[in-house]
Design a protein. Structure first.
Length: 279
């Protein structure tokens, strides 16, 4: 398969402009590089697919979405769900960093200060787990699960099948679907967690959607379940986002910390955009 964004397409157009016969460019959104040839005004890819200059120009003009090339046809990696009434698309971040997913104009990752894989690794490092089992409550594009699986087994849940569909079309997410260390289920963690045994996990990474989108994952009742399934020496990292952010006039971080304490967690430190707690 071939994946392109406006970043890679711009490299191809430059090749056409300076009349080179070939160029080395990534065809999987920055993971690897391949040689693309320019013959008779067309770009010839290693799998013998080809695109005309106008195809490349159309990609360049769409800076907020990634593309898949299949059967010499350029297709946007996006979809609309009548069920959720939301629009999903794979959003490019740079020429060699993982994309994020945008849901009705809201990006899953903050990409201004840090690229998504580094962000995921920071969340894994926050719980300092080198063995045992990790719960990644919200799979998303799978970056956190992938990083955590470098150390241990990961159990992850994703309620939105549309997100999983986008992830399956993302080359940076591929490992999450083939790894024998990642146990992924299309299910609602708020319901699924009730079926998990007490103290089953040695670490938890809780990176939920925004409070506005999914407030039930910020409730005291859900935190009680997180407390129950975490072992007595385990750590939990809770992503909060903007520490000074407010919802309906209330400080979001303060509310999260208070509810975590109410169910028995002890806060050990606050880190950028999140908090680490222990039982």
């Amino acid at each position: 398969m071939i994946w392109l964004s406006h970043f890679q397409a711009s490299v191809l157009r430059e090749t056409f402009t300076i009349k080179e016969n070939s160029v080395k460019v990534s065809l999987d959104l920055g993971i690897t590089e391949s040689i693309v040839k320019l013959e008779q005004g067309k770009f010839i890819f290693p799998d013998m697919q080809s695109l005309a200059l106008e195809d490349i120009e159309s990609i360049i003009s769409s800076k907020n979405v990634c593309f898949l090339v299949e059967d010499n046809i350029v297709k946007k990696i996006q979809l609309y769900s009548a069920k959720t009434k939301r629009f999903y698309k794979l959003y490019p971040t740079s020429i060699n960093t993982p994309p994020t997913v945008e849901i009705s104009g809201i990006r899953m990752h903050s990409v201004k200060d840090i690229e998504p894989y580094k962000d995921a690794m920071d969340k894994v490092n926050a719980i300092k787990l080198i063995k045992g089992r990790i719960l990644d409550t919200c799979f998303g594009l799978g970056y956190t699960s992938i990083m955590a699986s470098k150390f241990t087994d990961v159990y992850s849940f994703e309620v939105d099948e549309n997100i999983l569909d986008i992830a399956k079309h993302n080359p940076w997410s591929k490992y999450a679907f083939i790894s024998d260390k990642i146990y992924l289920k299309n299910g609602d963690i708020e319901e699924e967690i009730r079926e998990i045994n007490e103290e089953f996990f040695d670490g938890i990474i809780h990176d939920p959607p925004s409070f506005k989108i999914c407030s039930k994952l910020y409730t005291e009742n859900f935190y009680k379940e997180l407390f129950r399934v975490l072992n007595s020496k385990g750590r939990l990292y809770h992503y909060i986002g903007n520490p000074s952010g407010k919802y309906r006039g209330r400080n979001l971080e303060k509310g999260v910390v208070n509810r975590l304490r109410n169910v028995g967690f002890r806060v050990i430190r606050k880190i950028a955009k999140g908090v680490v707690v222990v039982k």
